[in-house]
Design a protein around this ligand. Structure first.
Ligand code: ADP
Ligand code: MG
Ligand code: ZN
Length: 480
């Protein structure tokens, strides 16, 4: 054995679409519903004699996803029945637009690599099972929720790349507002297919599928583990067997679950109760025009327009609401014509405001501070009108009441005092009250000066201009 291997990975990713209603009935699609079996009806419970009717919105959304990912929207899509038995599947089959999907091809770029998509189809979700000690409970609230499945070509080369693909897809789905795609909540589920082959070998190796990965980290780690495991199997002169494996988060290991079923076991056949979909009926041009700016485009534009570094654009792109706030504030900078730069604005936003929002558990939709007022605050800090200590308090007031910082400063008399005449008394008092510190400073202890400034800041309730105070103390001590 040469020991040099090529890694081959393909992903199958499911995401729940956040349509108002389910895929084939009028039940609410509410992933937050706590009461079991509330959003159910004879259709999604598979009572005999009921008929499905496809949710047009879900079909539009799958087309929208396909266009956004630059896939080909096939002229016809056909729903089929995928037959298998499991207690969370009341019909005994799942309705799916496999093997005649809505979208063929497409890609997502990860750095300078283009990860190709095989196809995207639309199907219905299953119910959920809760396992108790010696019985299981079934909840059909999720049964029949529209589900997108995206299958990539076997062209991913590492755990890191698999993770990046999942992260970027999640972001795109969020930008398109078709799914929250939260992995921890099961709104996005990722299955990883992985095989290895000796370098130069033409044929793919036997693949293993890893299921039940509920975080991006698990995607990356499970792939890394599986690569090593398969290498070891081959090095020992054995063969990798085709199987489905699970991921044990605690042990950081994959484990065998079952040997793989073949596609023919599902006995796919066209769903006789639904029409063939002619995608031309869906105004593809209008859907395309309605697409929002996508993460890749936003990355590029933010870098260009605001001259931010990659790390900064990435933080903005990963949070659309943060990016919107930043851009609204940035346009205020132009209106107000201040000397504050984009980077300064970015820093105040990401460290101070976001820090405060995180500690208080407030999201952008609940935030009372407007971009205009935030820019005013930053300009006042930068121009030295208020000091950093006062700024913190003003920010807090704005945060609580949505107040205009100019008003807060006037109302509370918080404007920074730089006028020596108004600071003289304080300086004399502090110097006179701390003779030892003054002596220390005279013999070279620099910290003494800081202490005196600190005392004066305290006396002025943070309003004294520290630069001016420093000069005044230096002068005063020289004299004495
Ligand atoms: P199956 O019929 O077993 O589900 P598919 O051909 O539909 O297999 O592929 C499922 C996923 O597995 C796709 O993402 C595909 O890219 C990937 N895949 C296929 N063959 C391999 C392989 N030999 N190694 C790794 N991934 C593979
Ligand atoms: Mg499969
Ligand atoms: Zn229903």
């Amino acid at each position: 054995m040469s020991g040099k291997y090529e890694i081959v990975i393909g992903l199958e990713i499911h995401a729940e679409l956040k349509t108002e209603r389910k895929m084939f009935c009028g039940c609410l699609n509410n992933p937050d519903e706590k009461e079991p079996n509330k959003n159910v009806c004879p259709v999604c419970l598979a009572y005999p004699g009921t008929l499905p009717a496809a949710n047009k919105k879900a079909v539009e959304e799958i087309i929208k996803i396909g266009i956004a990912l630059k896939g080909e929207i096939l002229p016809t899509a056909i729903f089929s029945r995928k037959n298998y038995f499991y207690p969370d599947l009341p019909k005994g089959y799942q309705i799916t637009s496999q093997p005649n999907p809505f979208v063929l091809g497409g890609f997502i770029e990860i750095g300078d690599r283009k990860i190709e998509i095989d196809h995207i189809h639309l199907e219905e979700d299953t119910g959920t099972l809760a396992h108790r000690k010696d019985y299981s409970l079934v909840d059909f609230n999720r049964a029949g929720v529209p589900l997108m499945e995206l299958v990539t070509k076997p062209c991913i080369e590492s755990g890191f790349e698999a993770r990046k693909f999942c992260e970027e897809l999640q972001l795109i789905l969020q930008y398109l507002e078709v799914s929250e795609a939260n992995m921890e909540k099961g709104e996005m589920r990722c299955e990883v297919n992985i095989s290895i082959r000796e370098e130069g070998e033409k044929k793919f190796g036997t693949k293993v599928e890893i299921k039940n990965l509920n975080s991006f980290r698990a995607v990356e780690k499970s792939v890394e583990y599986e690569i090593e495991r398969q290498k070891k199997v081959l090095e020992e002169g054995k063969r990798v067997i085709q199987e489905t494996r699970g991921w044990d988060e605690n042990k950081g290991e994959t484990f065998s679950q079952r040997e793989k079923e073949e596609a023919h076991d599902y006995r796919y056949f066209p769903e006789p109760d639904l029409p063939v979909f002619l995608t031309g009926d869906f105004e593809l041009g209008r859907i395309k025009l309605g697409l929002p700016e996508l993460p890749a485009g936003k990355r590029e534009r933010l870098r260009r327009e605001y001259n931010l570094i990659e790390e900064q654009t990435e933080i903005l792109v990963n949070d659309k609401k943060l990016a919107n706030f930043f851009e609204a504030a940035a346009s205020e900078l132009q209106v107000e014509n201040t000397s504050v730069g984009y980077k300064t604005l970015y820093n105040y936003l990401v460290s101070d405001l976001i820090g405060l929002m995180n500690t208080k558990g407030v999201s952008f939709s609940e935030l009372k501070i407007t971009p205009e007022n935030f820019v005013d605050l930053v300009s006042m800090i930068e121009s030295g009108k208020i000091g950093s200590r006062v700024a913190k308090n003003v920010l807090l007031r704005m945060f609580e009441t949505g107040a205009d910082p100019k008003v807060v400063i006037v109302e509370e008399g918080l404007e920074q005092v730089s006028d020596e005449g108004r600071l003289r008394d304080v300086v004399l008092r502090v110097t006179g009250g701390n003779p030892n510190v003054v002596e220390d400073y005279k013999v070279g202890k620099e910290a003494g000066l800081k202490f005196l400034i600190g005392q004066a800041m305290k006396e002025t309730r943070g309003k004294g201009n520290p630069e001016v105070l420093k000069k005044m103390f230096e002068k005063e001590i020289k004299k004495s």
